[in-house]
Design a protein around this ligand. Structure first.
Ligand SMILES: Cc1cc2nc3c(=O)[nH]c(=O)nc-3n(C[C@H](O)[C@H](O)[C@H](O)COP(=O)(O)OP(=O)(O)OC[C@H]3O[C@@H](n4cnc5c(N)ncnc54)[C@H](O)[C@@H]3O)c2cc1C
Length: 497
């Protein structure tokens, strides 16, 4: 059988596989990226992206297309059956410190087309649509996979296989990696609609109707689209709720007289699952293959994008011999707590929404309404950075000093960044080794984000995935960066701030 050789085999070109392919391609890593379907999945799944994800997708070439066809959310509210506000979130301003809107309501196929177009420009990545993974075996330090394409089955030998192949991941199942169930499993009917007569939106507010009689979600999507989700009641089957009559009856109180076309009606089970291992030797999982969460935080795709941005630079460093393979162990160590934290939040929001018992709902309302309204209405959640891992005292999400204009992200690309007050030997050596070095005074900082971050410190080093690595002396930071890459050992050295 024909055998091809590559450094990385990416399985699945959903948004996570495509973003990962672009990151690897930008660093010149050779990869074969296979996707069993010939076309992008045409129906939207994710509707919401946060500002951090937009920034990471910008580095992968996907954010501009999304921004051109998205709309911001003015609030995300949870209301009881009587319409009273139980809790809610509003954006803290037009743009988050990353320079992107706090939340963008978007159209997932638009993003996927843009990412695939960028991927096609990567000379080191071979993209193969209509090619499916059939199976693989670990062989020596890598894997040998069997792939079925249009002209038959062939083998791919690779140092790493990355399963971006979704919730039912064959890569994960073949490795025998189990999923940890975080205790949520509820059936919901998702109805996506296309608004007629040039109407672009019915509302700018995302709403959870926490009505125990039937919990309902109402969500603006990209301009011209709106989604409703209805929880299935005990004993209801998908067939019961997907008929034209059932849908018309459910939509009537919410859609009113709006003229709309139904684009999709489907029953999904909302799960909370996390893979027990995200890497097993040369086998790595990312995106839905590694974790699935209920959509109440709109964070599934956002989390998968963070996975891709986290693992790509580590793989490149290992492949180029700059880092020990143990660096890859920091992937799960950094990402899993973040995903679990978000999943727990999504599950607890889901439990507020999915309360079906009338008495429980009454007690829930009583408890939540006892809080003053301003305590129930918060700023749009800004997620924490990472607490442990390849860090020298950092871990926060790095703001883009240009704040939407003259983005540092544009100049630096997907690379580590060293910002220094004064030119120095360490800064020059960092640039020679492929890092992006820039002088503080050359960066516009209209909001003062950089000044605030630096304080009196002479330098900040930022990882390619835009977490702050550390703040302190440039020579100390660059030495710690090189040390951690080489040893893969996580933790903060005493010398860095
Ligand atoms: C109703 C709903 C609402 C959601 N809302 C949000 C939201 O608002 N915000 C958010 O961030 N997330 C949301 N999500 C989650 C988001 O859609 C997913 O997390 C995201 O699509 C996962 O991307 P992925 O690339 O990991 O997997 P997928 O998009 O599932 O892509 C996997 C790809 O792998 C391919 N594949 C599978 N097996 C093979 C094989 N053997 N060989 C080759 N290719 C293969 C598949 O064809 C597919 O293209 C929502 C999901 C749902 C269902």
């Amino acid at each position: 059988m024909k055998r091809e050789q590559t450094e990385v085999l990416i399985v699945g070109l959903g948004p996570v596989g495509a973003a990962l392919g672009v990151y690897l391609g930008r660093m010149g890593v050779s990869a074969i990226a296979i996707e069993r379907d010939r076309h992008v999945y045409p129906l939207p799944r994710a509707a919401h992206l946060d500002h951090e994800t937009m920034r990471l997708l910008h580095l992968a070439g996907g954010a501009e297309a999304v921004a051109a066809a998205s709309q911001p959310l003015s609030a995300y509210e949870f209301r009881n059956a009587a319409g009273e506000l139980l809790m809610g979130f509003t954006p803290g301003g037009e743009l988050a410190p990353t320079g992107w809107p706090f939340s963008s309501m978007f159209h997932q196929p638009t993003l996927e087309h843009a990412l695939r177009a960028r991927l096609a420009e990567m000379p080191s990545v071979s993209t193969r649509l209509g090619h499916a993974l059939k199976g693989y075996e670990v062989a020596g330090e890598g894997i040998v996979a069997e792939v079925e394409g249009e002209s038959g089955v062939y083998e791919v030998a690779a140092r790493f296989i990355i399963g971006c192949d979704g919730g039912n991941s064959l890569v994960r199942r073949s490795a025998g990696i189990a999923l940890d169930d975080m205790g949520f499993d509820e059936p919901w009917l998702v109805i996506d609609t296309v608004l007629q007569n040039g109407v672009t939106r019915l509302s700018t507010v995302g709403l959870q109707h926490c009505d125990p009689a039937r919990p309902v979600t109402s969500m603006p999507m990209a301009p011209g689209r709106h989604r409703w989700e209805f929880m299935l009641l005990d004993g209801e089957t998908p067939e019961d709720v997907t008929s034209d009559e059932a849908i018309a009856a459910m939509l009537a109180p919410y859609a009113g007289a709006a003229s709309l076309d139904i684009e999709r009606r489907a029953v999904y089970r909302f799960h909370a699952l996390v893979a027990e291992k995200w890497r097993q030797g040369p086998v790595i999982l990312a995106g839905d293959a590694a974790h699935q969460m209920p959509p109440f935080m709109g964070q599934g795709l956002c989390s998968g994008t963070r996975d891709a941005a986290n693992i790509a630079w580590k793989i490149e460093a290992v492949l180029r011999g700059r880092a020990d393979e143990s660096l890859l162990d920091s992937y799960q160590a950094e990402r899993e707590p973040h995903v679990r934290m978000i999943t727990e939040m999504a599950v607890s929001m889901g439990k507020v929404v999915c309360t079906r018992d009338a008495e429980e709902a009454r007690l829930r309302d009583e408890g939540m309404l006892a809080q003053p309204e301003d305590a129930r209405m918060k700023g749009m959640m800004t997620l924490q950075g990472i607490a442990t891992g390849i860090l020298a005292g950092g871990g926060a999400v790095f703001p883009d000093p240009g704040h939407g204009a003259a983005r540092l992200d544009d100049a630096a690309g997907y690379a580590p960044i060293l910002i220094v007050r004064e030119d120095c030997e360490a800064a020059r050596a960092f640039a020679d080794a492929g890092g992006f070095t820039v002088l503080c005074r050359d960066l516009p900082d209209p909001q003062g984000y950089l000044a605030m971050l630096l304080g009196d410190a002479p330098a900040v080093l930022v990882r390619p995935d835009r977490y702050v690595f550390g703040i302190g002396e440039a020579a100390v930071l660059t030495a710690a960066w090189a040390h951690y890459l080489a040893s893969g050992v996580a933790g903060a050295p005493a010398a860095a701030a």
